[in-house]
Design a protein around this ligand. Structure first.
Ligand code: ADP
Ligand code: MG
Length: 725
């Protein structure tokens, strides 16, 4: 079957598709966390003493003794087997941002050939995957490949169900034989601990008597695209690179703004409900669903949870989205920019810190100017973003996210903080050494008797800011849809820890000067903080030209457009010092992260470039030649009949096909280049030379798509992929 016939066939299959069998929805109570080994289930299964010990570990991170681990392991195995699981797996999160697992059976056989099952505390606590092929930067040579996974009791174990089996999944850390972190979980846990330690100091100085362990929270909004699998299977670029490397714009795109919050197409809603049921079983609190800006684009947002659990759940959510989509005949695209000219996908990471005694420290309450703890924590975030903007940019750097950042659809590649008018006013006053009330939230009365009056938020929203205060949390909006939330959470917790440490030192001095009076001391600290770091606060239009100029020229902020420009921040002395002093990452662990991310970037660009070459040569060029030969034949037969055919189309097609192949050859040559002095130089070559050559090939190919007869075109077109469901 020729490419174009496959396209027609795909449309036919979608049109005649049997709807997915609809399940009767189950009540939330019946399914909530049924596949999770929750504290409630542990309480039922464990002795009082064992349960208390585990609960303490879960809540405060206190160590668990091995005897209790044995008891937990036995109970966990019994529970898992009662749910049909014969296998277990430590789930860990290597530096690539993926989730990794290695399954082992509970089974062992004894001398008489009888099968028995075994799962001890030591199997629960420690695993040893042959992890030599996980990227580790320079931490682990393949000849010294030992790596361990170790149970993280603070994230609950769960059962992953497939159609004919179930596996007990145990969230774990992944470390080298030397104890260095090879994963994303260890630094996240350490960053939480560092933040807690620094926050305790500040809160104690502020006279708080009882301060429970602080934890960070995360609620992540996930955007994604759905494309019918019949189309996706005909697009090698979508299958292997997750985005279209070719494609002329559709006559209708998103310009009508008719998709955002529009009625969810029924087939998609059936898919979403299936996803939600699976998430509920896994104890993931899916809460919000809606259409996004682009056609074919949707969003799901779970309710926020402790950062460590939320991060594991985020990984699981991405897996569930992809797997469930397949069952509904969809391919779920998590890439940041699957379609050129159409909005890309992000993952807004909502983040706050708090504890059981003081509550959410980023909640300003009704009178923020009187809430000194809030002002200190908010100030700490401002300082962090100002000092470590380039780090925040580095942790969201990827080949995919480069297409979004700074492209007037997503926050710009300049890191600034939006506070909203109410909080901004307070900090402006603090700059002058005063603290006073501010515009309060007003009551919105529409003057319609049937609409009840409601309280309006004190600050508006700003969609153009990469880092925005949204009432009781910060929202890091520049994170890419495919990325793990862990990198951003680590960076935010660590910069906060650093700022709170600085605040603690300054506050101690100021409290001495003010004889322990808090308000003047806090004002003095925050005044100094704002005079040094207030430049990061920006409430205007982050997409505007003026801001790009002002941010760089007047405010000294950095505009960091590509991953190649962003990743070297991980090697800067301030960032090395930040992670070392807070104990979150050793210099070697940090260096290895730079190496892994740089390699990932270079590899992704290389895969895309190879695909561009392959698709251009084997699909687009042949289609152009067939069409040319059709035109030539038609022209010859017409000439036989003395009819002269206009030949401008043939000329354009020939010229574009030649130009495309010339660009393909240039790209091939560029890909062959190997002599790079450094990883940095290689990344720059990818960001500039390779990517612009890919764009050059694409420009000719997209012109060909607009010239060739529709039936001659081999690849599903934008309008088909975006609009046919
Ligand atoms: P938006 O209006 O920004 O699109 P959504 O309701 O889609 O908001 O998502 C907001 C996310 O922020 C949710 O995951 C929500 O649970 C989370 N969130 C709310 N409060 C907090 C908080 N204090 N800390 C962290 N996340 C929070
Ligand atoms: Mg949001």
């Amino acid at each position: 079957m020729s490419g174009s016939e496959s396209r027609a066939q795909a449309v036919h299959q979608i049109t005649n598709r049997e709807p997915t069998a609809v399940k009767k929805p189950k009540s939330l109570e019946k399914i909530w966390a049924t596949d999770v080994f929750t504290l409630v289930k542990m309480e039922e299964a464990l002795s009082k003493k064992a349960y208390k010990s585990v609960k303490k570990t879960v809540e405060t991170g206190a160590p668990l003794d091995p005897a209790t681990a044995d008891i937990v392991a036995a109970a966990m195995k019994d529970w898992a087997m009662s749910k049909g699981a014969n296998y277990f797996s430590h789930i860990f999160y290597p530096m690539t941002g993926a989730s990794a697992e290695k399954h082992d059976g509970f089974i062992i056989s004894d001398a008489s050939g009888k099968a028995i099952t075994e799962f001890t505390g030591s199997l629960l606590i420690k695993g040893e995957p042959d992890g030599s092929s996980f990227p580790n930067g320079s931490i682990r040579m393949t000849n010294a490949a030992r790596g361990y996974t170790a149970w993280d009791p603070t994230s609950p174990a769960y059962i992953m169900q497939t159609d004919n089996g179930a596996t007990l999944c145990i969230p774990s850390v992944f470390v080298s034989w030397t104890g260095e972190s090879l994963d994303k979980k260890v630094p996240l846990l350490r960053s939480n601990a560092a933040m807690n330690e620094a926050a305790q100091k500040v809160l104690k100085l502020m006279g708080e008597k009882e301060v429970a362990t602080l934890n960070s929270s995360c609620g992540a909004e996930q955007e994604y695209f759905l494309v019918d699998t019949n189309f996706a299977n005909l697009r090698p670029d979508l299958l292997l690179a997750g985005r279209t490397l070719f494609g002329a714009p559709s006559a209708k795109g998103q310009e009508f703004d008719d998709h955002y919050f529009g009625a969810i197409p029924e087939r998609v809603q059936v898919f979403m409900q299936d996803v939600e049921e699976r998430l509920y079983r896994l104890g993931i609190p899916a809460k919000t669903r809606h259409n996004e800006v682009a056609p074919g684009q949707f969003e799901i947002a779970p309710y926020f949870e402790a950062a460590n659990v939320a991060a594991d759940h985020q990984q699981l959510l991405m897996t569930v989205l992809k797997n469930t989509a397949k069952k509904h005949g969809f391919t779920c695209l998590l890439h940041e920019k699957p379609f050129a000219g159409i909005n890309g996908s992000g993952k807004h990471v909502n983040w706050s810190v708090g504890n059981a005694t003081q509550g959410n420290l980023l909640d300003p309450g009704k009178t923020p100017h009187e809430n000194l703890n809030f002002l200190l924590f908010c100030g700490a975030v401002i300082r962090g973003v100002h000092l470590f903007g380039p780090l925040l940019r580095a942790v969201i750097a990827s080949a995919g996210n480069d297409h979004r950042l700074g492209a007037n659809e997503a926050p710009p590649a300049i890191l600034s903080v939006y506070l909203g008018s109410q909080i901004e006013e307070i900090f402006d006053k603090i700059k002058e050494g005063e603290i006073s009330g501010s515009s309060e939230s007003e009551i919105m009365d529409l003057g319609l008797s049937q609409i009840l009056p409601f309280a309006r938020d004190a600050g508006d929203r700003n969609r153009t800011s990469p880092f925005a205060f949204t009432g009781n949390r910060f929202e890091f909006r520049a994170v890419g849809s495919e990325q793990s939330v862990t990198g951003p959470l680590i960076a935010m917790n660590t910069m906060l820890a650093d700022s709170l440490n600085w605040i603690a030192t300054e506050l101690e001095k100021e409290l001495e000067k003010s004889d322990g009076e808090q308000t003047p001391a806090v004002i003095a600290v925050l005044k100094k903080l704002m005079s040094e770091h207030g430049n990061a606060v920006f409430g205007g239009d982050g997409y505007s030209e003026e801001w790009h100029k002002m941010a760089v020229d007047e405010r000294g902020l950095k505009n960091i457009p590509t991953t190649a420009d962003a990743l070297p921040a991980l090697k800067s002395p301030e960032v090395i010092k930040l992670f070392e002093e807070t104990g979150v990452l050793s210099p070697r662990e940090l260096e290895s992260r730079f190496e892994v991310y740089a390699e990932q970037y270079i590899l992704s660009i290389a895969v895309e470039a190879k695909l561009v070459i392959d698709i251009a040569k084997t699909q687009i060029y042949p289609a152009a030649m067939r069409y040319l030969s059709d035109l030539a034949m038609a022209s010859a037969s017409m000439a036989d009949m003395d009819i002269e055919l206009e030949n401008s189309t043939a000329k354009t097609v020939a010229a574009e096909a030649n130009a495309m192949m010339a660009a393909v050859n240039e790209l091939s040559d560029a890909l062959g280049k190997e002599d790079f002095a450094s990883e940095e130089e290689h990344m720059q070559f990818c960001a500039n030379d390779i990517r612009s050559l890919m764009d050059k090939v694409r420009a000719h190919a997209d012109t060909l798509e607009a010239e060739l007869a529709d039936e001659a075109w081999p690849l599903p077109k934008y309008q088909e992929m975006l609009f046919i469901k």
